[in-house]
Design a protein around this ligand. Structure first.
Ligand code: ATP
Ligand code: MG
Length: 170
């Protein structure tokens, strides 16, 4: 069982909910028996969903930290390896849904090249659903994707000085 045809999603914008939406999509897919992998770009982004995902056998979580061999070499090397790994799993046929969380931010910071991300999308297997999240999605990415949602910040308690809360924000 798998998908007959896979599409490309983008969750971007400044409002809250991009990673949460991607996790929700992955949760639904896993419940339907689809094999899901979320690769999280950007150091330190890992949050409490790791605890929940441990209970879901066909939802694999791969944090950025897995690719940090040497912290003195900086972020670009690990981000590059993260992308290389993403390319491997996208091509492997081992997953039906691949989520590249915060990859737009990695592109925005110049840690991975937009060109390589676009090529990854263009070369993905036809039956793979691919989800890319993060602020600052490039126009070329938006043009190439099939389903694009922009989270727009209407209000957020951070503006009132409320600190990030574990289990809600991370
Ligand atoms: P979430 O992980 O809650 O779905 P997100 O993926 O949309 O949020 P990111 O851009 O990845 O948001 O931001 C990382 C952190 O900032 C998270 O803790 C998130 O809850 C919080 N955040 C998201 N949107 C806002 C906002 N508009 N103002 C302040 N903080 C925000
Ligand atoms: Mg996020």
């Amino acid at each position: 069982m798998g998908l007959e045809r896979g599409y490309v999603h983008v969750y971007t914008g400044n409002g809250k909910g991009k990673t949460s939406a991607a996790l929700g999509l992955g949760l639904r897919a896993a419940g339907a028996g689809l094999r899901v992998c979320m690769v999280q770009f950007i150091k330190g982004a890992r949050s409490s969903e790791v605890g929940s995902l441990a209970y879901i056998p066909n939802f694999v979580f791969v944090p950025y930290e897995k690719f940090v061999a040497d912290y003195s070499k900086g972020n670009a090397e690990a981000a590059g390896k993260c992308l290389e790994y993403s390319r491997e799993i996208v091509g492997s046929g081992s997953y039906d849904v691949v989520i590249l969380d915060e990859i737009n931010v990695a592109v925005g910071f110049g840690l991975v090249s937009l060109e390589e991300v676009l090529n990854l999308i263009k070369n993905k297997p036809k039956n793979l659903e691919l989800v890319l999240t993060g602020r600052y999605a490039a126009k070329e990415l938006v043009d190439l994707a099939d389903i694009v949602t922009e989270m727009r910040e209407v209000k957020h308690v951070f503006k009132k000085g409320v600190q990030a809360r574990r289990g809600i924000d991370y």
